[in-house]
Design a protein around this ligand. Structure first.
Ligand code: NI
Length: 192
């Protein structure tokens, strides 16, 4: 497996529209190897998710995972490894959560983005099997963050109150405790 290079904010590829895959393309050894590399790269960087476009492959694929004690997101409950291909997200209801987000393509910056707390998630798993399931809470927020990458969007585009922008150190000093409290309430409500 290979650790891939992660595109940083300002690189034009992050603004491209990723394209869908066919099942044959997804099942090719080349794409399956790429998905292994995507997962390995996400884990190496302690990300909660990583989209193919962030590693210079404008395909509609992303991986999500939060392992226990992730140093970037110590307040988050674990999310099992999930790979989603050609995803379609549909909000359920109108409830929103002000999520403090970071991104492996946006070095040392976090900011508040309003996300839907409940989604219907459709698409394929990495072997092309149909996925159709709900996602709630912080997990739903992560889906929306990764799905934005597939449409050339980065979380900073959605930060409405730019005074929430913070470096990781200042987030830890001034915002993490209050956010972790709100995140805990969300997790209690949804279990994720
Ligand atoms: Ni990101």
């Amino acid at each position: 497996m290979t650790i891939l290079k992660i595109a940083q904010l300002g690189h034009p590829i992050l603004r491209e529209q990723a394209r869908e895959l066919t099942r044959d393309e997804l099942l090719s050894a080349e794409t399956q190897d790429f998905i292994d590399d995507l997962i390995e790269t996400m884990r190496d960087a302690d990300g909660a998710g990583l989209a193919a476009i962030q590693v210079y492959r404008p395909l509609r694929i992303f991986a999500i995972e939060v392992r226990p004690n992730n140093p970037r997101y110590p307040y988050r409950p674990p999310i099992p490894l999930t790979v989603l291909v050609n995803p379609r997200l549909e909000p359920i209801g109108t409830d929103m959560f002000d999520n403090y987000e970071g991104c492996l393509s946006v070095p040392n910056l976090r900011g508040v983005v309003a996300r839907h707390v409940s989604l219907r998630v459709r698409g394929w798993d990495r072997l092309g099997a149909e996925v159709d399931e709900p996602a709630h809470g912080l997990r739903a927020c992560t889906y929306q963050h990764e799905n934005d990458h597939l449409d050339g969007k980065v979380f900073v585009d959605r930060v409405r109150d730019v005074t929430t922008l913070a470096t990781w150190t200042e987030f830890d000093r001034h915002h993490r405790a209050a956010f972790a409290e709100r995140a805990r309430a969300l997790v209690e409500r949804f279990g994720s």
